[in-house]
Design a protein around this ligand. Structure first.
Ligand code: SAM
Length: 285
């Protein structure tokens, strides 16, 4: 069953964290030579904030809209906003880029994108978004968890793979761990970024604990909460990004951004962040 539509959530606090981290990794990889961007759960590619689903929930109001007018943003936030501004050239925040759009904007025109999306409507929208992508962008209607097996390792032997499932199917927590084990067997040196929600559910902690045991060179785990967990136990109070084989610069750049971001996106005094990094047996929090 595919009921999740990302348009309801486009530009919310979780998208901000996810896309900031994505942009940092892409910029870093791009400085070092050719690479691929692989998106297992690509979504629709671009979202309207003033029409359709996004207007029903207006989650972007407490997300990207809070950053939009700020002139004191740290460098990484400015870089992220540059891409959002590229979509809103008249200065009004009406559109929000999805993860593949960020990638297409930030990467060199010779670097390739491989995108997977299973929902028929979002697949159509995504295909339309990249209709002019030529051989640079390939969009497939496929289960991203399975499909990546066939393309790892990619020809340049350098890649960022974003894994961003909806987690509406509770099996997704285990699908992520399984897909990562398979992926690392095929391509141990790739970078992988896994988005996850902060919920009062045991599955979330269990998944992150499993990810920390993966046989990889290094990992980074960043979370950003915007509110206190609700008393009824429902709802997302923040989100996290677990990055396998992160750029060595990611931790430093996030340290410079997270206090500002916590302050900018806080809904109540439950807002906070965490950042952990692990390499070759040494853990720094
Ligand atoms: N990555 C997108 C972004 O940041 O703009 C958002 C993706 S959204 C959180 C998750 C997407 O995964 C939805 O569009 C959903 O239809 C799609 N999806 C769900 N299960 C999938 C699967 N097994 N393989 C590929 N896509 C899937």
């Amino acid at each position: 069953m595919l009921s999740y539509r990302h348009a309801f959530h486009a530009g919310n606090h979780a998208d901000v964290l996810k896309h900031l981290v994505e942009v940092q990794i892409l910029d870093y990889l791009g400085q070092k030579g050719a690479f691929w961007y692989i998106d297992t759960h690509a979504g629709a590619g671009a979202y309207s904030l003033t029409e359709g689903y996004a207007t029903k929930t207006a989650e972007y109001v407490d997300g990207v809209a809070r950053l939009w007018q700020r002139d004191d943003a740290p460098a990484l936030v400015q870089r992220y906003l540059e891409v959002v501004r590229g979509m809103n050239a008249d200065g009004e925040l009406r559109h929000y880029p999805g993860s593949p759009w960020f990638a297409a904007e930030v990467m060199a025109s010779s670097d390739k994108l491989r995108l997977f999306e299973l929902h028929p409507s979002d697949f159509e929208l995504l295909s339309h978004c990249f209709a002019d992508g030529g051989r640079r962008v390939k969009v497939d209607k496929a289960n991203g968890f399975e499909a990546i097996k066939a393309i790892l390792p990619p020809p340049p032997r350098r890649a960022l793979t974003l894994i961003d499932p909806p987690y509406e199917d509770k099996g997704d927590y285990q699908h992520v761990v399984r897909a990562m084990k398979e992926a690392l067997k095929r391509f141990a040196t790739g970078s992988y970024a896994i988005w996850y929600p902060l919920l009062q559910r045991k599955d979330v902690g269990d998944m992150v604990r499993e990810l920390k045991k993966l046989p990889c060179h290094s990992w980074l785990d960043v979370t950003l909460s915007v509110r206190k967990p609700s008393q009824d136990g429902f709802g997302m109070h923040g989100s996290g990004m677990f990055v396998v084989n992160p750029p060595w610069t990611l931790q430093r750049e996030l340290e410079a951004v997270l206090p500002w971001l916590q302050d900018a996106l806080a809904v109540d005094d439950g807002a906070g962040y965490s950042l952990a990094y692990h390499e070759n047996g040494h853990q720094k929090n």
